[in-house]
Design a protein. Sequence first.
Length: 69
Amino acid sequence: MTEITRRRVLAYGVVTGAGLLLWRFGATGWAVAAPIPGGTLDPTSIPKYVTPLVIPPAMPRTSKLPQQG
């Protein structure tokens, strides 16, 4: 049995990662979403920023801590 070295673990990791990428994306290319039936929304017709942003009040000050010494 051969000794397991850091270099061998890295090599196995690279080969495994490349194999997983080829298995997932190799035959079909990069995954692309199918078109939505009925078309898509026009981004200019969506109202933006219609609800005002809630800004919380400032945190109240606390009393001074007693000094030791």
